[in-house]
Design a protein around this ligand. Structure first.
Ligand code: M6R
Length: 630
């Protein structure tokens, strides 16, 4: 949700190619408009555009528009936006300036008290040009510079008055060799190179230059200076004495340049779907002990005794992560006596919680680890006295830091806005968690061993499922291309998978579709079934298979078309002859693992359907990868 970049370099050079390349790497965070500012001696030069930076920012165009023959500079900042305050437009795009065009700021996050600040600033004679919350920041800095404070002091004082979340970078025409950044609730890291320092909202925008980084923590700011030696100094903006904070350099781990490129694939989403066997393997690697028939979750080790005695779990998550958590509820409840509720985070944070404080673990599930609703739910749960745990992909992210302990899902970088490998990696982590909880509550060693044996087969079976699904899903998406009504249906553990399938389908195709428990059809949704409708039914051969066949009959009797996803051992079963299209999954002994396999053809079905409609697969309209606003 918005990406920021800042570069400061020892020697003047054309920084536009680096800024635009980094903004392209950050494009998954927002792609409705973009902009950059160059600190050209004592002048700030700004260029903004509507649309994605990868398509709209290029050196020649910028040079021409700025009327410059050269665009060399020592300092530059850039931004791509996912609009929250004000429509996507050139005026609302960042960087934002003060009244004199002498301070420029890029910002990721939300300033909650901007309306009050704006009113006060207007009262003092400041003139605003955009509808954004961000624009108060350069105007506040302008005031403090006017009081004689340095740029660093002005940014610190500004940050002290801001409520909400921010990762920001500020430059001033009066300090042409200085870049000041601050962080509170939004991600920000500094990449360290010999000749330059690079600040970005994510490590993915830094890995193309270096793997050496300095992390900033919430409440901290950094002054990066290129006057003489290239230096940075970190302090806490809340600390008026500006005492320096010392911080060790770290190495970026878990992502590589390969992750930020599509490789041989036409889209990141397709690449990430085909990554799933490997990402699930990584999520499971070294996390089970076959002899003991148990899971080995290092991140939870300090809480083993606590988790052995809990009676309740709240999962909190949004979107795809919520759907994974709903699968988790089914798994944990079927393997143990723990009562589980899977709550949508934006609801959880505002409602009453009746599960007993001391015996309830709150598990936040999140790919990005920065989703505002999920993060706030964790904070709310902590305020209420619950212990909190993370099932998070991005290492060191806000949710990972905020929770008491957790499990990293190790999915690697996910760039496609539509989550794919994040979902299966979350399932892998939850399968392990469920095993741990079940073994502490009476699951036998033998059963644990069988569970692990089956779990270990999943990467191979995912590979097989991809092979089995690739061509049929293309064909089925083509066959039903003109269909007007689509419902995704299943029973039991397949209900949240059908919800995930519907979510994927909607966000990629922009077509409204439904998702219901199969048995619920006859209580209303059946009214939409006719020969112009498609029902995508998830029903591998498990204990609910026979009852699902009933529903298939009912859909057929109303003339509806059916695409059935079942398992190979159902082949030849008379009940499934009614389906118009059938896809057979590899057979699993542990039926609870079917969600992992069945989501694959559903991701591909949505993918091909959307592709046939000419949609922007990696960047669906109106969406962003990390939703850091409420
Ligand atoms: O980063 P998170 O897992 O916390 O994100 C939660 C949702 O915003 C996310 O899963 C979203 O629903 C997916 N991108 C949809 O494909």
């Amino acid at each position: 949700m918005c990406g920021i970049i800042g570069i400061i370099t020892k020697k003047d050079r054309n920084l536009i190619p680096d800024i635009t390349a980094s903004l392209s790497d950050l494009e998954y965070r927002g792609y409705d408009s973009a902009g950059l500012a160059l600190l050209d001696g004592g002048v700030i030069r700004v260029y903004k555009c509507v649309g994605a930076p990868s398509q709209n920012l290029n050196s020649e165009k910028i040079k021409k528009s700025l009327g410059l023959s050269e665009t060399n500079a020592k300092v530059a900042i850039g931004h791509n936006r996912w609009a929250t305050h004000g429509e996507p437009s050139v005026i609302n795009a960042h960087p934002h300036l003060d009244c004199r065009g002498a301070v420029a700021v890029v910002h990721n996050g939300t300033i909650l008290n901007y309306a009050k600040l704006k009113e006060e600033l207007i009262g003092k004679g400041h003139v605003f040009s955009s509808e954004t919350d961000t624009e108060v920041i350069p105007h506040l800095i302008e005031d403090y510079l006017g009081e004689g404070l340095s740029l660093g002091e002005s940014v610190a004082k500004t940050c002290r008055g801001l409520e909400g979340s921010f990762g920001l970078a500020a430059v001033s025409a009066a300090s042409p060799e200085l870049l000041v950044v601050a962080k509170n609730g939004s991600p920000l890291v500094i990449g360290v190179l010999k000749e330059s320092l690079i600040v970005a909202s994510s490590q993915n925008a830094i890995i193309r230059y270096t793997d050496r980084i300095i992390s900033l923590h919430d409440g901290e700011m950094a002054e990066l200076s290129a006057g003489g030696e290239l230096v940075y100094s970190i302090s806490k903006f809340g600390d008026a004495s500006s005492a320096k904070v010392s911080r060790q350099e770290e190495k970026i781990t878990g992502i590589s340049m390969e992750d930020v490129s599509k490789g041989e694939f036409e889209t990141f989403m397709l690449k990430e779907i085909f990554d799933e066997p490997a990402s699930v393997r990584a999520a499971l690697l070294g996390r089970s002990d076959k002899n003991k028939g148990d899971a080995v979750l290092g991140g939870l080790i300090d809480y083993s005794d606590y988790l052995a005695h809990i009676s309740h779990i709240y999962f909190v998550a949004c979107g795809t992560a919520h759907n994974a958590a709903c699968v988790g509820k089914e798994i944990i409840e079927s393997l143990s006596d723990i009562i589980v509720e899977s709550a949508i985070a934006s609801e959880f944070r505002y409602r009453k919680h009746n599960f007993p404080k001391l015996d309830t673990a709150v598990f936040a599930v999140s790919q990005s680890g920065e989703t505002a609703d999920t993060l706030e739910s964790v904070k709310e749960a902590k305020r209420k006295g619950y212990k909190t745990f993370g099932i998070v992909n991005v290492v060191g992210s806000a949710i990972a830091e905020e929770t008491d302990a957790g499990i990293y899902t190790r999915a690697g970088l996910e760039i496609g806005v539509a989550s794919t490998k994040a979902f299966t990696s979350q399932l892998a982590a939850i399968y392990l968690l469920a095993l741990k909880l079940a073994r502490e509550r009476g699951m036998s060693v033998q059963k644990g061993k069988e569970y692990i044996t089956e779990l270990e087969r999943l990467p191979e079976l995912l590979k097989k499922t991809l092979e089995l699904s690739t061509e049929p899903t293309k064909e089925i998406a083509r066959l039903y291309g003109g269909i007007k009504t689509i419902n995704f249906l299943g029973r039991g553990i397949h209900v949240p998978v059908s919800a995930e399938a519907a979510l994927k389908f909607k966000e990629l195709t922009y077509i409204e579709v439904g998702s219901y428990p199969l048995g619920e059809l006859k209580h209303g949704p059946m009214a939409v079934i006719d020969k112009e409708s498609l029902s995508v039914v998830l029903s591998p051969k498990d204990e609910l298979f026979d009852i699902s066949k009933n529903s298939i009959e009912q859909i057929k009797s109303k003339g509806g078309k059916i695409f059935l996803i079942t398992s190979e051992d159902a082949r030849g079963d008379s009940g499934i002859n009614k389906a118009d299209s059938v896809l057979y999954l590899p057979v699993l002994k542990e039926k609870l693992f079917y969600p992992m396999l069945e989501v694959i053809p559903l991701q591909l079905f949505a993918y091909h359907f959307a592709k046939n409609l000419g949609r922007n697969i990696d960047k669906p309209r109106n969406l962003a990868k990390s939703v850091t606003v409420e």
